[in-house]
Design a protein around this ligand. Structure first.
Ligand SMILES: *[C@@H]1O[C@H](CO)[C@@H](O)[C@H](O)[C@H]1NC(C)=O
Ligand SMILES: *[C@@H]1O[C@H](CO)[C@@H](O)[C@H](O)[C@H]1NC(C)=O
Ligand SMILES: *[C@@H]1O[C@H](CO)[C@@H](O)[C@H](O)[C@H]1NC(C)=O
Length: 287
């Protein structure tokens, strides 16, 4: 039997690609980590309302957000006179009691869209993504300000299914001109058990910590070993120096006593301590 979290995660997956006129999740090419725990990036409704004819006058797109509950599945975002609702995140308990207006933006005319070819250009990427995508849950500023009056687009709840709707508002009348269908349910990410427990800022796994500490202490051990090697080699050089000096003194003393063998004495000094000592011993015996 699969673990419980796997079943829950499957139950919360977006249910297929929707009809033409539904808000869609942003393409994975532009938003790799989407949805997150608290945000959902959607494609803006570009060339949707003005696909057949250019709109004249000023228009805005309102984005409404609704938690996917049976009771509010077909909620309307306008009153009987077609005035768009202005309910906020706080008034609707974050979309649980009804749709709230999360954000509004100007409609970029279909003919004016920036070319996606330039999206690799770091300087322009953010501007281009802003033209194509809108991120729900991106700004929590309004929650910390009790007197906040404007539009509030605070973080969404994790592991919750949301639906989204775009509304075209004619700004000269302030009325709803057109609207998309509600999107299919889109589920924010579920916190993994691990991410919920781990509060260390580095967010490293247990294995990584072990590897890191081994790697971290390796230079220390190398340093100790290196220092040890230096000390040993100093001690070693010191003692062999003393031996060599001692030996050559004795050899030089020994030289005059064996006239005609100065060449032998010279070679013996260069032959190393052991041989030298043997020779010195021999010359001492001659004494
Ligand atoms: C949703 O609302 C629209 C218009 O208000 C209506 O035509 C449609 O039948 C409703 N659908 C459901 C499933 O209630
Ligand atoms: C968040 O919203 C506030 C108030 O509307 C605004 O001043 C601020 O610039 C926004 N921050 C971001 C990152 O969009
Ligand atoms: C928007 O409102 C203005 C003013 O009432 C109107 O002239 C215009 O036709 C409306 N736009 C559309 C697309 O109906």
């Amino acid at each position: 039997m699969p673990p419980l979290w796997a079943l829950l995660a499957l139950g919360c997956l977006p249910l297929g690609v929707g009809v033409n006129l539904q808000p869609q999740l942003a393409s994975v090419t532009f938003a790799t980590n989407n949805p997150t725990l608290t945000t959902v990036a959607l494609e803006k409704p570009l060339c949707m309302f003005d696909s057949s004819a250019a709109l004249d006058g000023t228009y805005e797109i309102y984005l409404y957000v609704l938690v996917d509950l049976a009771s509010s599945r077909n909620a309307s975002v306008q009153d009987s006179s077609r005035t768009p609702l202005s309910s906020t995140f706080q008034q609707t308990e974050g979309g649980r009691t009804g749709p709230y207006k999360a954000t509004a933006f100007d409609l970029t005319p279909c003919s004016d869209l920036p070319s996606l070819d330039a999206v690799g250009d770091v300087a322009r990427a953010s501007e281009i993504l802003n033209a194509y995508l809108v991120r729900v849950g991106a700004n929590g500023t309004c929650l910390s300000d009790p007197n906040f009056q404007g539009l509030c687009n605070p973080p969404l709840s994790a592991a919750t299914e949301y639906r989204f709707k775009y509304v075209l508002v004619n700004m000269s009348t302030g009325l709803v001109q057109d609207q998309t269908l509600w999107s299919d349910p889109i589920c924010t990410r579920r916190p993994t058990p691990y991410a919920a427990i781990d509060t260390w800022p580095g967010r490293r796994s247990g294995g990584m910590i072990v590897v890191t500490s081994i790697l971290g202490s390796l230079p220390f051990f190398l340093l100790i070993a290196f220092a040890g090697a230096i000390v040993l080699s100093l001690l070693d050089t010191g003692s062999s120096d003393r031996e060599t000096t001692h030996d050559s003194q004795i050899t030089q003393e020994a030289v005059p006593r064996s006239p005609g063998t100065s060449e032998t004495a010279y070679t013996s000094v260069n032959r190393g301590p052991t041989l030298d000592r043997a020779e010195v011993f021999a010359s001492k015996l001659q004494d």
